[in-house]
Design a binder for this molecule. Structure first.
Ligand SMILES: [Zn+2]
Length: 660
């Protein structure tokens, strides 16, 4: 933990707001200080209003901005005097406070100001920086938290007991800080919450922050690392049975949440060692490292796999505390766990979207770090259950929940697509990602890794005719997202045209291998997971118009696609009782795919006595069919319109007089 302040970089940021942005980014880019939107910062400056009159302005971090990447526009400019004066009120509801802060803004387009704005306004320094540093939490989240703070920092920090963030905290700090501040005061620590530093220049505020955290870290490390460093970590899901257990867990969590959820297996060594602790039950059930983490991880994780017991305990917790809402209506928060700690499977993180699970994973990784260090300092302590409830069911958070837009149609669902690097497969991958699904793309082409960035997509390179590829794809889906709900069998080959009389049996065999046998391998690998898909598994097979209307010279292609279709029909029969729907699309003449080179188009056109141009639109509607059109149909087959359909074959060919 060292200062990363660079005078040349700082100078490039220019004025005080620029320097605040720079200092905020330096703190925000260290996850041991700030995680996913946590922390906040401010600067007080004098600016001129529209009349040219000077105004004291507090630029304070806006909600929705991350300190690691914040821009000048991420700070809300507030009338300082008006905001500071709010601390003189005896009472202010959170909704009223949010309104007052918004109304104090000098820019109607600015983001909603941080709920800590009043606290920032009352501190008598230009620059104020606030983080939830892990090392500081490890000190304060102990029964002797205040003593540890005194031992590490002497009297250089004002110590504030835990109270709810927002108006109550601002009010308490506005009383305590002037009373306890002295010449040597360099910061303020909020027990079970975090650290404030301040100064009249950005560099001092930043460097004091880093220096204080470094001292906390040295103290924490001197107390010794976690004893589990010497013991074997939880193995994580290694066997097929483990992977099935992950899918079972995800199905139960989704049922509890009332919608499909992804469940990520967290690979970190620290997380797996934590899961192997002999005192796991007691160490993990105390509470979050800082109360706002409750929104990411819930108050406590599920230990083991009994989701039903977790839900019952969560509902009892809500009942115990709901009177705290007074006459406020309770907006329900689903009772499903967001973190699972299992001595065999390790740590798993759940979310409505992959991004939510990734955040829960990150937050819990830091939580386990804090817990393990605090235990070495005499025991881990969190704030009391009612205080956690107050944050989880906070008026402002409840308002956000009530405003939350409906999730994307396939949010929380997991798809595996073969042949995903190009053509119809690529179009399906993009369409499914756009509708909120997590996607595993399989292809032998290297481009499969670059289909999409971000954690919602995973590429698996391999030949679909190799059984190991199907197994690898399914395992990747279970490890990264918790299961397989949608299987799109798209990988295919179009062998060179040849009449039956002279068709090379090797060409026939190769077509059968890719177009039919590979599908069997993928279906077999995915079946245990499709059976466990929340809301039922769905398989969409990309067949061909040639199944109903074969083409001369295309025996190997037509026969292999017919075999594939028959395979799908039998799967529809056999898997209906598992709740798995299997449907087939029959595209024709989709020319923006890898199958169709100009040469193949010319060959096929010639076999019908047509020009390539006539061949492209030779259908009843006289229209071209694109990969994206087929993907839209695949998406529809996975959606509610076809929820009661299995074993269907839907053409997408512009209309064929040989099929209708
Ligand atoms: Zn805070």
């Amino acid at each position: 933990m060292k200062s990363r302040w660079n005078e040349d970089e700082a100078a490039a940021w220019g004025d005080d707001l620029g320097l605040l942005t720079y200092a905020s980014r330096l703190l925000g880019s260290d996850p041991s200080l700030v995680l996913h939107g946590g922390g906040n910062s401010s600067v007080k400056v004098v600016e001129r209003d529209v009349f040219g009159d000077p105004v004291d302005v507090l630029h304070v971090k806006g909600s929705g901005w991350d300190m690691a990447t914040i821009e000048r526009a991420g700070f809300a400019p507030l009338r300082l005097g008006r905001v500071a004066r709010l601390a003189d009120l005896d009472e202010l509801s959170d909704a009223r406070m949010a309104n007052e802060l918004k109304a104090a803004s000098l820019d109607a387009g600015a983001p909603a100001p941080s709920v800590e704005s009043i606290l920032h306004a009352t501190l008598p320094y230009s620059f104020v920086l606030h983080t939830h540093a892990d090392a500081v939490l490890a000190l304060t989240n102990t029964p002797g938290g205040r003593d540890h703070v005194r031992e590490v920092f002497g009297g250089s920090l004002v110590v504030v007991p835990y109270v709810m963030p927002g108006f109550v905290l601002a009010k308490l700090c506005a009383e305590l800080f002037p009373a306890e501040r002295h010449e040597g005061t360099v910061g303020m620590v909020l027990l079970n919450h975090g650290l404030f530093t301040f100064a009249d220049d950005a560099r001092t505020a930043y460097e004091n922050h880093v220096e204080l955290v470094a001292r906390a870290l040295a103290y924490v490390e001197a107390a010794g690392g976690p004893p589990t460093a010497a013991t074997a970590p939880a193995p994580g899901p290694t066997s097929h049975d483990d992977l099935v257990a992950v899918a079972d867990l995800r199905r139960d969590i989704s049922a509890a949440a009332g919608q499909a959820m992804v469940l990520r297996c967290c690979g970190g060594d620290g997380a797996r060692r934590f899961a192997a602790r002999p005192d796991l039950e007691s160490a993990s059930q105390v509470g979050p490292a800082t109360p706002d983490h409750v929104l990411r991880t819930k108050r406590v994780p599920l230990v083991g796999r009994d989701v039903g017991a977790y839900v019952a305990a969560y509902e009892a917790y809500v009942e115990r505390n709901r009177a705290r809402l007074g006459d406020r209506r309770l907006v329900p928060v689903d009772p499903a766990p967001r973190v699972v700690v299992d001595p065999r499977l390790g740590v798993l993180a759940a979310g409505r979207r992959v991004a939510d699970a990734v955040i829960a994973d990150d937050v819990y990784e830091h939580t386990t770090w804090v817990i393990e260090r605090a235990v070495e300092l005499g025991g881990y302590a969190s704030v009391a259950e009612p205080d956690i409830f107050d944050v989880e069911y906070w008026e402002l958070e409840q308002a956000k929940l009530a405003r939350q837009p409906a999730p994307a149609a396939l949010s929380g669902r997991v798809a595996v697509i073969t042949g995903a690097a190009s053509g119809i497969g690529l179009a399906c991958a993009r369409a499914l990602l756009a509708e909120g699904a997590a996607v595993v793309g399989v292809d032998r082409a290297g481009g499969v890794d670059e289909v999409a960035g971000g954690p919602a997509y995973t590429g698996v390179r391999g030949d679909v005719t190799d059984g190991a590829t199907a197994v690898a794809a399914v395992e990747a889906a279970v490890r990264a997202y918790g299961g397989v709900d949608l299987l799109v069998l798209n990988a295919g080959t179009f062998p060179p045209s040849a009449p039956v009389a002279t068709l090379d049996p090797a060409v026939w065999g190769a077509a059968m291998d890719v177009n039919a046998r590979a599908a069997l391998l993928a279906l077999a690998a995915a079946h245990p997971f499709l059976c466990r898909a929340p809301g039922g598994g769905r398989v969409v097979v990309v067949g061909s118009r040639n199944v109903a209307a074969p083409g001369m010279g295309a025996a190997a292609y037509s026969a292999s696609k017919a075999a594939l279709t028959q395979l799908a029909r039998v799967a529809a029969l056999e898997w209906a009782s598992d709740g798995v729907r299997v449907n087939v699309v029959h595209p024709d003449a989709v020319f923006d795919t890898g199958l169709w080179s100009d040469e193949v188009i010319a060959q096929r056109a010639a076999s019908y006595g047509l020009s390539p141009e006539q061949y492209r639109t030779r259908n009843l509607l006289g229209t071209e069919v694109s990969s994206a059109d087929v993907a839209a149909l695949v998406l529809a087959l996975c959606g509610p319109a076809f929820a009661r359909t299995t074993g269907a074959q839907v053409p997408i060919d512009g209309g064929s007089d040989r099929v209708v």
